[in-house]
Design a protein around this ligand. Structure first.
Ligand SMILES: [Ca+2]
Ligand SMILES: [Ca+2]
Ligand SMILES: [Ca+2]
Length: 144
C-alpha cells in the first residue's frame, strides 16, 4: 500500500517523461539588484500602494518597501532588528495591506505597521485606537 501522494508523484513523473516535458526547461531569469545597502532578513511581496503591481517588502536593520516597477524605496521603520518572519496582510480590514514584523532585539515584541491608505480624512480616532483598529473604527481590538 502506497500513500496517495506517492502514487500521484509517480503518475506525474510518468506523464512528464512520456509527454517529453522537462523540469529543466530553459527559462533564463534576469538578475535585478533592488538594494545593495539593506540586509534582507525578511522578505515579502504585496501590493502596498494598491496599483495592482506586487511591491517588495524587506526587513533587516530597517523595514522598507520598494514600489514596483521602478523600486523606489520607502523606509517604514528603523532602529530595530526585524526578523525573518514578516507577513503582509490586511490586519485591520480596511482594504489595504499592512505589514507584520517581529523585532528580534526585543523578545516577544511583535509589531504591525498600518498602511496609511486610504486617506483618513473622513475618519477620526485616537492613537490607542489606531494601534488595533483602523481610523474608521473597522477591525478588531487586540485586547482580550
Ligand atoms: Ca504596488
Ligand atoms: Ca489594512
Ligand atoms: Ca489603511
Amino acid at each position: 500500500m502506497f500513500p496517495l501522494w506517492f502514487l500521484n508523484l509517480i503518475l506525474c513523473i510518468g506523464l512528464c517523461v512520456f509527454s517529453g516535458f522537462s523540469f529543466a526547461q530553459d527559462v533564463p531569469l534576469r538578475r535585478v539588484e533592488i538594494d545593495s545597502a539593506l540586509d534582507g532578513d525578511g522578505k515579502a511581496l504585496g501590493d502596498i500602494d494598491g496599483d495592482g503591481l506586487a511591491d517588495i517588502i524587506v526587513a533587516g536593520e530597517q523595514l522598507a518597501w520598494y514600489r514596483a516597477p521602478g523600486w523606489a524605496k520607502t523606509i517604514v521603520a528603523g532602529g530595530v532588528d526585524f526578523g525573518t518572519e514578516i507577513q503582509v496582510g490586511d490586519i485591520d480590514n480596511d482594504g489595504d495591506l499592512d505589514i507584520l514584523a517581529p523585532d528580534t532585539l526585543k523578545k516577544e515584541n511583535v509589531l504591525w505597521f498600518e498602511n496609511p491608505r486610504p486617506p483618513r480624512a473622513a475618519c477620526h480616532g485616537t492613537v490607542a485606537e489606531t494601534r488595533h483598529r483602523n481610523s474608521c473604527g473597522r477591525g478588531r481590538s487586540a485586547s482580550p
